[in-house]
Design a protein around this ligand. Structure first.
Ligand SMILES: [Fe+2]
Length: 342
């Protein structure tokens, strides 16, 4: 196996390659370093088969979309990832094969709802859930300290102590650790109950990363188009979030509800299906369809996507365009289908 960290800085991208079958994956590639990655792949004679984001990043633009376009590598993310172009949605226990190498997926939410860790024979890529002597912050982008604690204690800490740990970020110049070391020395977790951990994480008082709102939304939506000025966090937070059962109740009433689904056509007609009567207007086509939507300007509009992130952006864009009553389906079609199956 060939294993390398390619950015050589605080933000880590890992190359995992099988040198028998010359297949490779890149984990957490950064958009601005793509030429470097392609050079390393070419230098080693490797075919890129998958690009994997361990979670939706808020500090850098993901390189997954462009790498996938340039090389035909498949984009792999957790099933809750909002990114519109994911080819392979994975979940707990799934396995990815890179030549002779098997990568096992652990679902490790907490830093974000779509966090995964990637387990190889002797090592684990922990994303931003478990870092060296630290843990990923949980104060934005759907973070949840209780979930992060469970992901670390129940999943990552159940790996053998000698397992090598490779995080997605390190701010102190560390390159690797082990599960055993983190159990003994990670100050965020050592000797702390779940309640104490939650208290610590809720009181870190860290400033938000620069440009978080653009970076996060671009990674969630891939709406990289000068036509759109992405909504601010305040504008996103003002969008009213509706639960699936609330929407079902509204649909049974006489007041008209306009359902706008902002996924791609392939997703609209894909495995998650769509809500009967919903109008398909992919997020990147919102602007060109605005005239078609004019007649709904004073109606109650509910926006829908896969996981609820893209549609919150769409709802805020519509609100900014003068639509009065725009709400969002919280959790998107994933939540809708889950509610239907209960
Ligand atoms: Fe992160």
């Amino acid at each position: 196996m060939l294993f390398k960290e390619l950015n050589l800085c605080k933000c880590k991208t890992y190359l995992i390659a099988c040198d028998v079958q010359n297949q490779a994956v890149l984990v957490d590639p950064v958009l601005e370093n793509i030429e470097r990655y392609l050079a390393v792949l070419a230098y080693n004679g490797l075919k890129l088969i998958d690009v994997i984001d361990t979670h939706t990043h808020a500090d850098h633009r993901s390189g997954c979309t462009l790498l996938s376009e340039l090389t035909d590598a498949k984009i792999v993310m957790h099933r809750l990832a909002p990114h519109p172009l994911v080819d392979v949605h994975v979940d707990e226990g799934d396995e990815l094969k890179v030549g002779n190498i098997v990568i096992k997926v652990l679902y490790t939410p907490g830093h974000t709802p779509d966090g995964i860790a990637l387990v190889l024979d002797d090592r684990v890529l922990t994303g931003d859930t478990l870092m060296i002597r630290g843990t990923g912050r949980t104060d934005f982008a759907g973070g949840n300290p209780a979930e992060e604690y469970d992901s670390i204690i129940e999943k990552l800490f159940s790996l053998p102590d000698e397992t090598l740990v490779f995080p997605a970020h390190d701010y102190r110049g560390n390159t690797q650790s082990t599960i055993g070391e983190e159990k003994q020395k990670n100050p965020r977790i050592l000797g702390k109950s779940k309640e104490q951990f939650i208290h610590v994480m809720e009181n870190l008082g860290l400033p938000l990363p620069d440009k978080i709102q653009e970076v996060l939304q671009l990674n969630q939506t891939e709406l990289d188009d000068d036509l759109y000025e992405l909504p601010s966090i305040a504008e996103l937070n003002r969008i009213f979030q509706l639960e699936p059962n609330e929407i079902k109740t509204f649909l049974g009433q006489s007041t008209p509800q306009v359902l706008i689904d902002v996924r791609s056509e392939a997703e609209f007609n894909g495995e998650l299906g769509h809500i009967e009567g919903s109008i398909l207007i992919p997020l990147d086509k919102l602007s060109e369809n605005i005239e078609k939507l004019e007649k709904y300007k004073n109606d109650n509009i509910i926006v829908i996507c896969r996981s609820g992130a893209r549609s919150t952006t769409a709802a805020a864009l519509l609100t900014g365009m003068g639509f009065e009553n725009v709400s969002n389906l919280r959790g998107g079609m994933l939540a809708w289908n889950e509610a239907a199956n209960k």
